[in-house]
Design a protein around this ligand. Structure first.
Ligand SMILES: Nc1ncnc2c1ncn2[C@@H]1O[C@H](COP(=O)(O)OP(=O)(O)O)[C@@H](O)[C@H]1O
Ligand SMILES: [Mg+2]
Length: 427
């Protein structure tokens, strides 16, 4: 039985596609299998008893000496990778020219039954693994390059995005300026014309007053009063003055709205009166809304909300302008507010054409627009979303085609990070 096992092992070692060399404690060659014999110029009989380094000079290396130490002193199995210089290089036989280009080795100690220390040195071909590894490395490198390209593209996109958001802000400011010009033009126009009329009236009244000294009798004076339509002037003066006051009042309100909006670049959270912000915004977009919709205000009770008011104004402006755009003839826009627990909310609802349910999940994407070129940038809602995110709030939308759309902004009354951030030095 023992003899059979020995035969089996001998056959195994003779046929295995690995080089197996047995060395004694001094690194003298004791045996190698036929795999080594076929791939080494020195015959085994000649090599037997010689030092490994005498037959394979490559084995004289600091690396291999270290391997021997590790195996001998610590009983370790020491592998050498094909990338390191191997302690020996077997030559491939002619049929396997592509093999054995790269070899790895394993050195390990073992004891024979008589307790003598020996070493096993196994040499195996890793060309295929190395080749696969090289391919993997090349693929990884290519991936790395791709990744770098993508990172660069992403950075470019980010820059472009922030430039576009900036340009949307500029567009908002442009819209604001146009709105203001339009709104101011009208009252200034009639205040100016009222002043001209009043100028005429004052001249006539002065004529009558002067006539008090020069007139011969009262009849003459009465005659002059009739002639200059004194009764009409008397009635009209009050109307002209009150109308002009209204006009000046409107201009004043617009100017103060403009002041609120001029903080558009401001970046600090502070408690603010949202209703004041909404009224300001309504004033600014009034000329876009008034031909498209009746605006209904349903304000609830709101405490001050810690926010960047100019930015919230901009969000509401975007929602109002979108609502007006969604209305084809003349409709209704409802601006609603309220407060639940620690949250304030603002709703902008229209009875316009609604949003196709298939597109509902895309409306916050930058550049998503269903409007013709020149009218829509597709950035209004993206910018609004960013702003609300920055406030740790949320935007919800409900829409039904041909019925209308309702946007709701939820804002926390207090910003958890606002104060420490404001105190901390800016990075
Ligand atoms: N109130 C609304 N009613 C219907 N559609 C809307 C409304 N608000 C937004 N949308 C849709 O969302 C799209 C994106 O809006 P937005 O980001 O403001 O860009 P823009 O207004 O420039 O198109 C609009 O093009 C429109 O299709
Ligand atoms: Mg828009």
């Amino acid at each position: 039985m023992e003899g059979f096992t020995a035969q089996l092992l001998h056959a195994l070692i003779g046929n295995i596609h690995l080089g197996i060399i047995v060395l004694d404690a001094d690194m003298r060659i004791q045996y190698w299998n036929s795999f080594v014999a076929e791939r080494c110029a020195t015959p085994l009989e000649q090599a037997c008893g010689q030092l490994l380094a005498e037959v394979f000079p490559q084995a004289i290396s600091a690396d291999f000496n270290r391997s021997i130490e590790l195996a001998r002193d610590q009983g370790r199995h020491v592998y050498s990778h094909w990338l390191e210089i191997p302690p020996l290089q077997l030559q491939p036989v002619s049929s396997e020219s592509s093999l054995l280009a790269l070899q790895s080795t394993l050195l390990f100690p073992f004891s024979t039954p008589d307790a003598a220390t020996h070493f096993g040195l196994v040499v195996y071909d890793t060309s295929a693994v190395a080749q696969g590894n090289e391919q993997l490395r090349a693929a990884l490198k290519a991936l790395g390059t791709k990744q770098a390209e993508q990172d660069q593209l992403l950075r470019k996109l980010e820059t472009a995005n922030s430039q576009l958001l900036q340009s949307e802000k500029m567009a908002a400011i442009g819209q604001l300026a146009a709105g203001v010009a339009h709104e101011i033009n009208n009252p200034i126009g009639y205040v100016f014309s009222n002043l001209k009329t009043l100028d005429g009236y004052v001249r006539d009244l002065l004529k009558i007053a002067d006539a008090v000294d020069s007139a011969g009798d009262l009849d003459e004076l009465r005659q002059l009063k009739r002639q200059l339509e004194y009764d009409y002037i008397r009635g009209d003066v009050a109307a002209l003055i009150s109308e002009s006051e209204d006009g000046i009042d409107r201009v004043t309100r617009i100017i103060s709205a403009l002041k609120d909006f001029s903080h558009i670049e401001e970046d600090e959270f502070r408690p603010a009166d949202l209703h004041r912000g909404l009224d300001t915004t309504l004033n600014v977009v009034n000329n876009e809304l008034k031909y498209k919709a009746e605006v209904i205000k349903e304000y609830g009770k709101l405490p001050e909300v810690e926010c960047i008011l100019s930015q919230i104004n901009q969000v509401v402006m975007n929602l109002l302008v979108n609502a007006a755009h969604a209305i084809e003839q003349f409709g209704r826009i409802t601006l609603r507010t309220g407060c639940d627990d620690d949250w304030a909310w603002i709703e902008v609802e229209d009875n316009g054409k609604g949003i196709d349910p298939k597109l509902l999940n895309r409306i916050f994407e930058p550049f998503f627009t269903t409007k013709p070129v020149g009218k829509g940038t597709g950035l209004g809602l993206a910018l609004s979303y960013n702003i609300v995110q920055k406030h740790s709030g949320s935007i919800e939308v409900h829409s039904e085609p041909d019925v209308g759309t309702r946007f709701r902004i939820n804002l926390p009354l207090r910003q958890a990070n606002a104060r420490p951030q404001a105190d901390a030095p800016q990075p």
